[in-house]
Design a protein around this ligand. Structure first.
Ligand SMILES: Nc1nc2c(ncn2[C@@H]2O[C@H](COP(=O)(O)OP(=O)(O)OP(=O)(O)O)[C@@H](O)[C@H]2O)c(=O)[nH]1
Ligand SMILES: [Zn+2]
Length: 334
């Protein structure tokens, strides 16, 4: 047994060559049975903030993880200094299997799609009813990303003091997306409860473009967060300098997580398979059996037209499905 430096966790075992000459080395993965479980709340320039037994600690990826990414929402195993003391640094030696991943579009000069959040189970799509005007196409793209990732969508319609919610709700009624309607002036006095109720025991990613009132809403849901500006926050370990990265915030009653995604403006959808999106349409899915192979579900031979003509599903459902699938095409302004 040979060790490669004190930072290495990989014991490299050389297996005695067999009759046919050298056999490949067997890498024994360390078990790290003494590792502690943690939950990643932020990642900032390679430093991860993790919650371990209620302590906020800073950690970095162990070399053995190679290129595997560690993202907000990950459940990880940690070793090393887990004291959380000033200047202490632990090592993440394992990333547990993820229940879900949400990807965003890469920056223009970056050919890869990046995982933004792991293990979320709900996506709150925050849209103002006015100022700025709702952007249904943006909502559609968020819905596609949610369905593709297996997250349940929730529409959060803000600024209801400025415009009624009905016209927008009518558009989304065929999809059966749950929704809550909010207004700033009541958020502090019970108005946030309807939202909180939806977040209970869930890990919810909040998405929404600039100006829709997402910050106002998240601050009402997680009042501790406001203290994060100015000095390092005791709950999140985050200081003012990192206000543009994804951040998991615990709801004050300990039941659920809010994941804020500042700066995440759009999602990478070109990898999205219609076959996965249609899983969110159990009334339409069986109708695709008669479809040609790799059907886009928006072509002349698509069997869904016949399925709907037979009365097996509502025409509005098929229309909504097709609108969502079409929103995958990137357009200016997305
Ligand atoms: N009329 C009205 N204004 C609101 C409401 N909610 C938020 N606002 C205002 O809308 C503006 C934008 O709110 P923010 O919470 O900063 O919005 P945001 O989505 O976080 O936007 P960025 O900070 O730009 O990402 C602020 O001036 C808020 O006071 C509301 O319910 N009604
Ligand atoms: Zn089809």
């Amino acid at each position: 047994m040979r060790r490669y430096g004190k930072d290495s966790d990989e014991d490299d075992i050389r297996v005695r060559p067999g009759r046919r000459g050298s056999r490949p080395r067997t890498r024994i993965r360390p078990k790290h049975e003494d590792a502690s479980e943690g939950f990643v709340t932020t990642v900032d320039r390679g430093r991860c903030t993790c919650l371990v037994d209620g302590r906020v600690i800073t950690a970095m990826k162990a070399r053995e993880l190679g290129r595997k990414s560690v993202v907000v929402g990950d459940q990880v195993a940690l070793v090393g200094d887990l004291s959380g003391d000033e200047g202490s640094l632990a090592r993440i030696v394992r990333v547990e299997d993820r229940d879900s991943v949400l990807r965003r579009t890469a920056d223009d000069d970056d050919p890869y799609e990046r995982v933004v959040v792991a293990n979320a189970d709900q996506m709150a799509i925050v849209t103002a009813l006015a100022d700025p005007e709702p952007r249904p196409r943006m909502i559609d793209r968020c819905l596609v990303a949610a369905y593709d990732s297996g997250l349940e969508p929730l529409l959060v319609l803000t600024k209801s003091d400025l415009a009624p919610a009905d016209p927008l709700l009518d558009v989304y009624a065929p999809l059966g997306v749950p929704y809550v309607v909010t207004t700033r002036d009541t958020l502090g006095s019970g108005g946030a409860d309807a939202v909180r109720e939806r977040l209970k025991d869930r890990m919810t990613v909040f998405v929404g473009h600039s100006g829709v009132g997402k910050t106002t809403l998240v601050n009402a849901l997680v009042p501790e967060r406001q203290r994060a500006t100015g000095h390092v926050n005791a709950v999140t370990g985050r200081g003012r300098h990192t206000t543009t990265s994804v951040l998991a915030l615990p709801l004050s009653d300990g039941a659920g997580w809010v994941i804020d995604t500042p700066g995440v403006r759009s999602f990478g959808l070109h990898h999205v398979d219609p076959g996965r999106v249609i899983k969110a349409f159990p009334d339409l899915e069986p109708g695709t059996e008669g479809c040609p192979r790799a059907c886009s579900h928006d072509e002349p031979d698509c069997a869904l037209d016949e399925w709907v003509a037979q009365g097996q599903a509502e025409p509005a459902r098929l229309e909504s499905l097709r609108r969502l699938l079409a929103s995958r095409e990137r357009r200016e302004g997305d």
